[in-house]
Ligand binder design. Structure first.
Ligand code: GLU
Length: 359
């Protein structure tokens, strides 16, 4: 089996270091296994996705040295595949149109809250008769498409980082929406995240899904979709979140969260890539702290990724960056420093103001 992994960022912001670290793990795994690393841009959220963010993501991955073997693929160009996948589930009777209005869903949630129950869809349109459907359609209601989730089902998988994980069907919020309401004559509208991810991962032959632990609940839903579509379920590995020194999720307040900001602060790309690989992974020789991505790839193993959140340590990153800067040849260091000096207002003439510097 050839290993095929992917990084699937949404271009709703600049390349986040959490995504970059996930990309590093995927890249290391692909290189170690002699597999392929695929780049997919998940730009189905038309309102929040922007081309400049896509560019920033591509630039950031390249800056870090994470070359991809296939892609970038864009979800916005793959609507037909998702439409067919939704249709397959409808044809198999594993999905159905739900005609509930936003107000009805709101009332349902309020009633559940009043009964001190967790809000969930109560599957009320799962077994409508053809007459009832025709009647709702005649009222001008447009349905969403829901995928049937069996409350009694226990979903279990062997996570390559976290060990055996399980999730109860009844904790997934009821039958899940896989496509929005259609416009005009369309039977249904834009497919939603979990459906598109599964359709793509199947189509791209992804063997291992390595991503952040914030996706664990999605994984339970996605496994049900793979099964419903009669596809092999990939192997999953959920990496720990990146935390600040207080143990909270890293945020803007902690200084920087995008790769671009680190670059602008003057960090050396190889130092950032090195530090990213240490954020959660421990090499077999735990005393080894300085290595290139290629060196890390020779030893990378998901079994050595920690389950606990990885604390971001600025002092360590500064130290590591210093090691890289000191190892640079003087001319290269000068070339790197020039833009920062210029940005700080020093007027440096390329040749004359650089004593001892000759090319
Ligand atoms: N687009 C998702 C995100 O940016 C990633 C989805 C996945 O890796 O399955 O969080």
């Amino acid at each position: 089996m050839t290993v095929r992994v992917r990084i699937a960022p949404s271009p709703t912001g600049n390349l986040h270091i959490g995504t970059a670290r996930t990309a590093v793990f995927n890249w290391l795994f692909a290189r170690r296994q002699g597999g392929q690393f695929i780049l997919r841009i998940e730009d189905t959220d038309v309102e929040r996705s922007r081309p400049e963010f896509t560019q920033n993501i591509l630039d950031g991955l390249q800056w870090l040295g994470l070359d991809w073997d296939e892609g970038p693929f864009f979800q916005s160009q793959r609507a037909e595949l998702y439409r067919q996948t939704v249709q397959t589930l409808l044809d198999k009777g594993l999905a159905y149109p739900c005609y509930c209005t936003a107000e009805e869903l709101q009332q349902m949630r309020e009633a559940q809250k009043a009964r001190k129950q967790a809000p969930r869809y109560d599957n009320r349109h799962r077994n409508l008769t053809d007459e009832q459907r025709t009647e709702f359609a005649a009222q001008g209601r447009k349905p969403v498409i829901r995928f049937i989730i069996d409350d009694e089902r226990e979903i279990v998988w062997d996570d390559q980082i976290r060990g055996r994980l399980s999730w109860q069907g009844r904790d997934l919020g009821g039958d899940m929406v896989i496509a929005r309401r259609g416009e005009g004559d369309a039977d249904f509208g834009v497919p939603l995240y979990n459906l598109a991810v599964v359709a793509d991962d199947m189509d791209m032959g992804i063997t291992h899904v390595i991503r952040g632990e914030d996706h664990i609940a999605n994984t339970a839903k996605q496994i049900l979709l793979y099964e419903a579509l009669g596809a092999a379920v990939p192997i999953f590995a959920h990496s720990p979140l990146i935390l600040n020194q207080k143990g909270q999720k890293l945020s803007k307040r902690d200084g920087a969260t995008s790769v671009k900001e680190f670059a602008e602060m003057g960090f050396w790309p190889a130092a950032i890539a090195n530090y990213m690989s240490l954020l959660g992974w421990t090499p077999p020789d735990a005393t080894q702290e300085i290595f290139t991505l290629d060196e890390a790839a020779q030893q990378f193993d998901l079994g050595r990724v920690n389950k606990a959140g990885a604390r971001f340590d600025w002092a360590k990153l500064d130290w590591l960056n210093g090691q890289y800067l000191r190892a640079l040849p003087t001319e290269e260091l000068l070339d790197q420093l020039l833009p920062y000096w210029q940005a700080a207002g020093y007027e440096l003439d390329a040749a004359g103001d650089r004593p001892g510097y000759c090319k």
